[in-house]
Write a protein that binds this ligand. Structure first.
Ligand code: ADP
Ligand code: ADP
Length: 229
């Protein structure tokens, strides 16, 4: 089963080499795992296939056992609600408050104001941002900005959270804090998939690690294997 399954997935961009080649793996509900590999290994491409920002050239990506190749048109937006995305540079709206940034996905969905307020207060509290709702992103530290990005990705209660180098702009201490925050999410049944080239940080988390090498899945390391090192 699994919430996410890659079945022999290859991706070749127009005029390029294979960015992904015959990649297969399954992610269980509530599982947290990392994707690592050199620059150009295919990490971002893999995440883009999950968000339907790109389509595979061969093979199938299944989300909740549904082949994403069949998800077209209006259903693409529906699928994207199930996948929360955290970006390296968080992509917050700089002229909107923390509250508005986090609430935005729910406003776009037409949710009632009262329900939005309840949810935003809850997630802001959980992300350690209590009392910062009215601040503008530029008034926050880098770590706080990234927490807002995570809150915005989670507010719609996605089945899967994907993050592309979420600690790329943070120092080691803040990076570790953000990773611990991610590690606390699977309690709720949310699966978490994080692309990072920071091997030291990844190893310390003692979670499953997929290693990409020139588009191929070179290794699939279980937490038990990491504990042996
Ligand atoms: P990573 O995230 O691990 O750095 P990427 O998925 O960004 O790797 O890139 C994998 C390969 O695909 C690289 O060789 C890269 O140059 C190529 N690539 C990525 N995006 C595109 C694109 N839009 N068009 C053509 N080639 C691309
Ligand atoms: P409650 O659901 O009891 O209000 P919280 O106050 O902790 O719980 O969380 C408020 C909101 O935060 C939720 O409605 C949800 O939108 C979001 N949220 C928090 N954690 C998660 C998670 N792990 N997965 C998905 N959504 C979450």
């Amino acid at each position: 089963m699994g919430i996410l399954r890659f079945d022999n997935v290859s991706k070749r961009y127009a005029g390029g080499q294979d960015a992904l080649a015959e990649v297969s793996f399954t992610v269980e509900p509530g599982e947290m795992l990392f994707i690592t590999g050199h620059s150009g290994a295919g990490k971002s491409t893999l995440l883009k296939l999950i968000q339907l920002a790109e389509r595979p050239s061969r093979g199938a990506v299944l989300f909740d056992e549904k082949n994403l190749l069949k998800v077209r048109g209006r259903r693409v937006a529906m699928h994207r609600r199930d996948v929360g995305v955290v970006y390296q540079d968080h992509q917050l709206l700089t002229d909107r408050s923390v509250y508005e940034n986090v609430a935005l996905p729910l406003i776009l969905r037409g949710m009632r104001r009262g329900e939005i307020g309840k949810r935003v207060r809850g997630i802001v509290e959980r992300m350690g941002l209590g009392g910062r709702e009215k601040a503008l992103p530029t008034q926050l530290s880098a770590g706080e900005q990234q927490r807002v990005g995570i809150a915005r990705a989670l507010i719609g209660e996605p089945r899967l959270l994907v993050a592309d180098e979420p600690t790329g702009n943070l120092d080691p201490t803040l990076s570790a804090e953000i990773m611990d925050l991610f590690a606390s999410l699977p309690e709720r049944g949310t699966s978490v998939l994080i692309a990072s080239h920071d091997l030291g940080l990844v190893k310390r988390m003692k979670k499953r690690v997929l290693v990409l090498d020139h588009g191929r899945l070179a290794d699939d390391i279980s937490p038990e294997d990491l504990a042996d090192e």
